[in-house]
Design a protein around this ligand. Sequence first.
Ligand code: GDP
Length: 202
Amino acid sequence: MKNTAKLLNGAQFTIAAAEPRQWPPEPAAEVAFAGRSNVGKSSAINTIAGRKGLARTSKTPGRTQQIVFFDLGGGARLVDLPGYGYARVPDRLRAGWAVLIERYLSEREALRGLILVMDARHPLTELDRNLLEWCEPAGRPVHILLTKTDKLSRNQAKQTEMKVAQAVSELENEVTVQLFSSLKRTGVEQAREKIGTWFGDR
Ligand code: GDP
């Protein structure tokens, strides 16, 4: 998996796209990250890529419409989908978010897999379930990162992992689950391995 670490480490910001027509051209191979605001998505992207300032935290409502693309070279990209569930986002923006994300997840040819970041203390919120639903019909594989596990005991974390794995086992697409912590850097290799598989270890 050294190659994947190297590939991810070379990520270059390409565009923060406010509209689908700004999405970079296909064919390409993209791995996207999604998750509730404040769940630790940016930290997870930075930890997995081994690059501190790569993904910025998206705490302002204006960012809810932007999809950020990072080039890895050779047509591979990381994609940071806007956070959601931000309390102060007006309904109008929230609806726009849903349309945009559903479109990306269901139509984007380049999408190889979605990393869905959840807080291990509050997994499978309604919005998380929406994201899973949008990936299922198109058969997109999803890898769930249960992050901030440093806030749980080892036993609690294991229990949560099992519960979530059980809950998603009925879905028709491939959905896998792992424990993660950006703070303690746990699960980093496992996440890179999954991403490497999706990129076909290029
Ligand atoms: P985002 O809004 O989902 O991109 O979340 P951020 O990556 O900005 O993280 C939100 C907050 O959670 C920040 O205060 C981070 O320092 C904290 N955080 C992120 N990952 C972890 C983690 O693995 N463990 C702990 N304890 N805190 C984390």
